[in-house]
Ligand binder design. Structure first.
Ligand SMILES: [Zn+2]
Length: 131
């Protein structure tokens, strides 16, 4: 950790069997990724947590690194301004049918039911919000 980590949201410290260490930082913007040390020292990525968990960590673990520690540094920046107030937890990160973003609809109507639902912005896949 440095003294200039106010932009960092989460840090992973990795240690190799040969004693070398490396660090992966996820920035508070939610997408910037920086690699310090290791085979990709100075590498940056804009894939966010997904890139770290699906790409970088498996890659380095395959290369012999182990996660020595992983901890939150700062809270992520809030991007809630676009979200309607009172949106419940459990929002799907993407539509399971087509992968488009999913929106919260507070008063969705169908033939059978009316109420809170998650709706796909692409194919209009929908799922009722269950408390
Ligand atoms: Zn969809």
């Amino acid at each position: 950790m440095s003294d200039h980590d106010e932009h960092v949201q989460h840090t992973w410290n990795l240690a190799h069997l040969d004693g070398s260490e490396m660090t992966i930082d996820l920035w508070t913007d939610g997408y910037s990724v920086r690699v310090h040390g290791g085979p990709d020292d100075g590498h940056d990525d804009e894939g966010g947590l997904r890139a770290i968990e699906e790409k970088l960590l498996p890659k380095y673990q395959a290369a012999g690194y182990e996660i020595a520690s992983s901890y939150a540094v700062n809270d992520p920046e809030s991007h809630d301004d676009e979200e309607p107030a009172g949106e419940p937890d459990g929002k799907p990160s993407a539509c399971p049918e087509c992968g488009s973003p999913v929106e919260y609809e507070a008063n969705h109507c169908s033939d059978f039911r009316e109420g809170e639902a998650w709706l796909c912005t692409g194919c209009r896949w929908g799922q009722w919000v269950t408390a």
